[in-house]
Ligand binder design. Structure first.
Ligand code: ADP
Length: 552
């Protein structure tokens, strides 16, 4: 830019000098011409006096330095001190002659054919009517100007050197603030007003760029936030299978704190299946595999990342922990198998007894007992089906049950009324202590407390007790069901809430248990967003503790 400004300065100065000199010479030339004409006029006036007085004879004594011509009224040259009069043509058409004849004086500047030079003419009318004309060549003017031009060349050279220095400085001065512009700055103040448009443009550009950068940053932050807070593991890899993004969930799922951006994706998991899937996805094919790590099961989905030309640039790998899902699926399969088995057993028994009665094989006296057995098994079936229905209604998680304020003391007493015959049989006392109210489903809470009291009686010892203690504070309602029965072995405590799990299967069956009671209790607690724990000492007794949060 500096050299451009410099070049333009030099060129414009040169042009200015050339134009100035041209004009100067022009003006000078005309000035010289006018002054020459004035001198000639004075000379013509002097000679006129002499010629008027003496005629052509005047020139015998006086030697005039300039060319003198006398032309008669018809235009013939009667005297010329430079050229032979005979050689000169008719002069009546000459501009200065016509003018002199007309007004007394005539002037002209033109190229003289006779002497072959640019000439200046001044003519005057003599008393006898002839024309006296004195002329001089323009050579003097040109010579003077040529002599001057030597000096002018010097002047031009000096001006050019000065211009060179000034242009150099000027170019630097103009460019310096431009080079020093702080492009990132705001409120830019231009060092001179000619730069204002440039500065405003830069400011506008800066504003647009920073807006776009902010937008970009925002999107990147959003993306990072989403990726960071995702429960699923996310990895992005380039086509060399090196990690370019990895989120915290991924590191946590695979317990790989030391693996980071830049490492090979194979660092996170080494297996033939995984390596093959990565190779395949980088070849452009989607992949979905299951892998197992530290007893957890992961669903791995891989998708190729392609550019506009459909070339694979890398891949995205999403990893889901599906352990719970798989576990639930396993439980569901086991539950179906258990339900079938639990239903089949009483049905087989019923079918067997009924067959004996149908075939008339049984003694008439045994009929009552057989019918009694059928009735018991049918009751067990009914209980089982009821429990399954309860369980599935709670399992569905939808709050299908109506909610109301439930007085737990009152509810417990109603449960006791229902359970009293069974308790009396074993001389077990039923006590309720404390008051508590809760917003919840009456039927679900009743089923929950009933199942716990039922178990406490079933697995209670003769002459024992069942105590329900109710408490509440601002945040929670506390229910505990305590007995001094047979207790639960330590290794079974974690399993008693599983469907169909029974510590002693035959004893449970004998007591009319389905193995679903505590599972229903747990789901009833979860249904009310609560928690349940169990404290139990073998042969000493068991306490189930429930905490139900109060709703706002
Ligand atoms: P069940 O129909 O067999 O009672 P539950 O799901 O109600 O099934 O209980 C699961 C198992 O937990 C029972 O079989 C029993 O072994 C044990 N259990 C439950 N409650 C008590 C208790 N209060 N005292 C001792 N054992 C209990």
């Amino acid at each position: 830019m500096t050299s451009k400004i410099f070049k333009y300065c030099m060129i414009s100065t040169l042009v200015a000098i050339i134009v100035t000199i041209g004009l100067f010479f022009n003006v000078l030339y005309h000035e010289f011409e006018n002054s020459t004409m004035d001198n000639l006029k004075e000379e013509v006036a002097l000679v006129k006096v002499g010629v008027d007085h003496e005629g052509i004879a005047y020139f015998d004594d006086v030697n005039v330095a300039q060319r003198v011509t006398i032309i008669d009224q018809s235009g013939d040259v009667i005297y010329d001190n430079v050229t032979d009069e005979e050689d000169l043509e008719d002069h009546s058409d000459r501009e200065e002659v016509i003018e002199a004849l007309d007004s007394g004086w005539g002037y002209a500047t033109r190229y003289s054919e006779s002497i072959g030079k640019q000439s200046i003419y001044v003519a005057t009318l003599l008393e006898n009517g002839d024309i006296l004309r004195i002329s001089t060549t323009a050579d003097t003017t040109t010579t003077v100007l040529l002599r001057m031009s030597v000096h002018i060349v010097w002047i031009v050279l000096i001006v050019m050197v000065v211009t060179f220095l000034i242009a150099h400085r000027l170019a630097k001065k103009i460019v310096k603030p431009i080079n020093e512009i702080d492009l990132d700055g705001t409120n830019l103040i231009a060092p001179y007003k000619e730069l204002n448009p440039l500065y405003s443009k830069i400011e506008r550009q800066n504003y647009t760029i920073s807006k776009q950068l902010n937008e970009l940053q925002k999107r990147q932050d959003e993306f990072k936030l989403i990726v960071r807070n995702m429960n699923e593991g996310i990895i992005m890899i380039n086509k060399e299978a090196n990690i370019i993004t990895i989120n915290h969930a991924m590191k946590a799922l695979f317990k790989i704190d030391d693996v980071d951006v830049g490492d090979s994706v194979y660092e996170i998991y080494r297996s033939q299946d995984f390596m093959k899937a990565v190779e395949e996805v980088l070849a452009g094919h989607k992949q979905n595999i299951h892998i197992e790590k530290d007893k957890r099961i992961f669903d791995v989905i891989m998708g190729p990342a392609k550019n506009d030309e459909e070339e694979v640039e890398g891949a995205t790998i999403i990893i889901f922990d599906i352990t719970e899902k798989e576990l639930q699926e396993k439980m569901r399969r086991e539950f179906s198998a258990n339900v079938s088995h639990e239903l089949k057993t009483p049905l087989t028994t019923i079918s067997g007894f009924a067959e004996i009665m149908k075939n008339g094989v049984a003694d008439i006296n045994d009929t009552k007992e057989l019918a009694g057995n059928i009735y018991d098994e049918a009751q067990r079936l009914i209980k089982l089906v009821e429990d399954i229905i309860h369980l599935s209604s709670l399992d569905a998680k939808a709050k299908v049950h109506e909610h109301e304020e439930v007085d737990l003391n009152k509810l417990t007493n109603e449960v006791f009324d229902h359970q009293k015959p069974s308790a009396d049989k074993k001389k077990i006392s039923l006590e309720v202590d404390g008051e508590a109210k809760i917003i919840g489903s009456y039927s679900v809470l009743e089923e929950m407390i009933n199942n716990l009291v039922d178990n406490a009686i079933k697995y209670g010892n003769e002459g024992g007790y069942v105590k329900v203690i109710l408490k509440e504070d601002e945040r929670n309602t506390y229910i505990s069901v305590e007995d001094n029965g047979i207790g639960i072995p330590a290794d079974s405590k974690d399993r008693i809430f599983e469907r169909f799990y029974r510590v002693d299967k035959s004893r449970s069956k004998e007591l009319g248990g389905t193995g679903l009671g505590l599972s229903i209790v747990k789901h009833a607690v979860l249904y009310h967003d609560g928690e349940i724990t169990v404290d139990s000492d073998l042969k000493k007794g068991t306490t189930f503790k429930i905490i139900l949060p109060k709703k706002d």
